[in-house]
Design a protein around this ligand. Structure first.
Ligand SMILES: C=C(O[C@@H]1C=C(C(=O)O)C=C[C@H]1O)C(=O)O
Length: 282
């Protein structure tokens, strides 16, 4: 049985919604996790097909194939990948920036932004930043925090209404928006991949299910926004706007954004140079 990974954030509802509801069959079993769990399981050969951090593909491209036409992307603000800061990002040189242990792509993007846009060098420290960790943020000294997923959406939404979070973090940088301002391109946060060792017909079948489920999801964002609001505690209108701002296709502008990100990571010596290799389209 094919093992298929799913990020347990609401950002994956539009892709897995129809599979979850039995509307689209999937010949496999789902494994849930935060992005870094799925990256690790994929690298260890414990998953066959999964959504992973975009940078994980570049890191391990010789073992992986990209699934065409699907990704988690934004062309500008994403809302759920946020640097919450007590001071302006340009003033964070030598300061402590806690980066979510759940993320790989956003940490790599954040490092590029500090180096090239904000032009200073903070001290990066990995830390827990899921919804259940929010209450303990102040126990750990820090000047800024990178938060992704539902926890970021929740904190961003609350801080736009003023109150304690807005006071604690007067600077809130949306990494999708920062990338767009820097490069003019959309950003690809996550991609779907198959291990090259996975039998092609099985990977193709999973891909076809994911595409069909995503197409159903995009037609039913109202139902999914309601479900997302219930599970995240974020108002339904905010979830609806969030989904509207994400794009789950991988069209030319997204691929341009993805390769530009990889090119800059290669220059920074973070990932080996390589190429995009795709599973044949389903
Ligand atoms: C848009 C998001 O993109 C995510 C960010 C990832 C990363 O930083 O490695 C990986 C997968 C995506 O879930 C999000 O989680 O909010």
């Amino acid at each position: 049985m094919l093992r298929v990974g799913r990020i347990r954030y609401i950002n994956c509802y539009p892709v897995y919604g129809a599979i979850d509801r039995g509307i689209v069959p999937l010949a496999g079993t789902l494994v849930n996790g935060v992005p870094t769990d799925l990256n690790r399981l994929m690298a260890a050969g414990e998953l066959d097909v999964s959504v992973v951090s975009a940078v994980e593909y570049a890191r391990d491209a010789t073992k992986l194939l990209l699934l065409p036409e699907i990704g988690i992307t934004s062309d500008g603000p994403v809302r759920s990948v946020m640097l919450f800061s007590k001071r302006a990002p340009q003033d964070l040189g030598g300061k402590r920036v806690v980066v979510s242990r759940s993320s790989m792509t956003s940490v790599a993007l954040l490092e590029l932004l500090f180096e090239h846009v904000w032009r200073c060098r903070p001290e990066f420290v990995p830390g827990d930043a899921e919804m259940s960790d929010i209450a303990r943020f102040e126990e750990e000294p820090h000047d800024a925090r990178l938060v992704i997923g539902d926890a970021a959406l929740k904190l961003f939404d609350e801080s736009t209404r003023g109150g304690a979070w807005a006071e604690r973090y007067p600077w809130r940088e949306d990494l999708g928006a920062a990338w767009k301002a820097w490069t003019g391109l959309p950003f690809v946060f996550a991609v779907w991949v198959a291990r090259r060792a996975t039998p092609v017909h099985e990977a193709l079948s999973a891909h076809a299910s994911l595409i069909a489920s995503r197409d159903w999801g995009l037609e039913h964002l109202d139902i999914l926004s309601q479900q997302a609001s219930e599970s995240s505690g974020v108002p339904v209108e905010t979830c609806a706007e969030y989904f509207a701002g994400l794009d789950y296709r991988l069209s030319y502008p997204h691929l341009a954004g993805l390769t530009e990100f990889f090119r800059r990571l290669v220059l920074a010596g973070r990932v080996p140079n390589g190429t995009l290799a795709f599973l044949p389209a389903a």
